[in-house]
Unconditional design. Structure first.
Length: 251
C-alpha cells in the first residue's frame, strides 16, 4: 500500500518536474499577410532587376502602364484603347513606386492586416483585398475622373484593413493585444466605435497624417500620395467590414 501511494505521488508530481515549453516564432505574421508580402516584394524585385539590367526598357513601363490604375482610362476613348481597365483596379495594389514606398506600406500591412487576417481567414482576406482595392481606386476616379496620373500601391487596401481593425481591436470587452491575436471579439457598432476614445483618437490621427502626407510630397518625388484612395479604403473597412466578417464574430 505504501508503494502504491508513492507511485501516485510521483505521477502527480511529474508534470511539474518536466514543464512543457513552447517556442514562439520570431515573426508571428499570419499566412495571408506573409504571402501578400512575398508577392509584393517579388514583384518589386523583378521590376528593380529589369530597371537595373536594362535601363530604359519598355518592359517596366508596360508593367506600370497596364498594371497601374489610371482614372482617364475610364473614358470612352480610354476603354476602347485596351482592356487594362478590366484588371488594373486590382493589379495596381500589387505595384509600388519604389522600395521606400513598398517598405512603408509593408510595415503598415503587417500591423493592420494581421489582426484582420487572423479574424476572417485567408479566403475572406483575399476577397476583402480585391474589394478594397477596387473601391479605393474608384474613390480616386470619382474625385479625379479626368486624371492621367498613375495610381499604384497597396495603401488603399491597407487603409481598408485599418478601418476594419477600428471596429474590433479597441473593443471594451477585450484589449488590443487579445483582439489582434484572433480572439472572438464582437464588432463595435459604428456609433460605439465613434464614441470610443481610443478609436476616435486613432481616426483623427490617421486623417491628419494623410492630410500631411498629401500636402508634403511623395515617395521619391515620382508619384503623389493618393489621399483619395486612402480615404475610400478606410471608409470601406470601417463601414463595410461586417460584410466580410465571420458569422460567429459579427455579433
Amino acid at each position: 500500500m505504501e508503494e502504491n501511494r508513492e507511485t501516485e505521488q510521483d505521477l502527480r508530481a511529474e508534470p511539474q518536474a518536466h514543464p512543457v515549453r513552447r517556442s514562439e516564432p520570431a515573426f508571428n505574421l499570419p499566412v495571408p499577410v506573409t504571402v501578400s508580402l512575398f508577392i509584393l516584394f517579388a514583384i518589386q524585385v523583378v521590376i528593380s532587376a529589369f530597371s537595373y539590367l536594362a535601363p530604359g526598357s519598355t518592359f517596366v513601363q508596360y508593367i506600370y502602364f497596364y498594371g497601374g490604375f489610371i482614372a482617364a482610362r475610364y473614358s470612352a476613348a480610354g476603354m476602347a484603347a485596351d482592356l487594362s481597365w478590366l484588371w488594373s483596379p486590382v493589379t495596381y495594389s500589387l505595384l509600388h513606386g519604389g522600395w521606400e514606398h513598398l517598405i512603408f506600406n509593408s510595415i503598415w500591412l503587417a500591423v493592420f492586416g494581421s489582426p484582420v487576417a487572423r479574424r476572417i481567414g485567408a479566403f475572406r482576406y483575399v476577397i476583402f483585398w480585391v474589394f478594397a482595392a477596387i473601391v479605393s481606386a474608384f474613390a480616386f476616379w470619382v474625385l479625379q475622373p479626368a486624371s492621367s496620373n498613375l495610381l499604384v500601391g497597396a495603401s488603399g487596401v491597407i487603409s481598408a484593413f485599418t478601418g476594419a481593425a477600428c471596429r474590433f481591436v479597441w473593443s471594451p470587452r477585450r484589449g488590443p493585444a487579445s483582439a489582434a491575436y484572433g480572439m472572438p471579439t464582437p464588432l463595435l457598432s459604428i456609433g460605439d466605435a465613434l464614441t470610443n476614445r481610443s478609436v476616435l483618437s486613432f481616426v483623427v490621427i490617421w486623417f491628419v497624417a494623410n492630410v500631411l502626407f498629401a500636402a508634403l510630397g511623395s515617395f521619391g518625388g515620382a508619384m503623389a500620395i493618393a489621399w483619395e484612395a486612402h480615404l475610400g479604403g478606410f471608409l470601406v473597412g470601417f463601414l463595410l467590414f461586417p460584410l466580410f466578417d465571420r458569422p460567429h464574430h459579427a455579433h
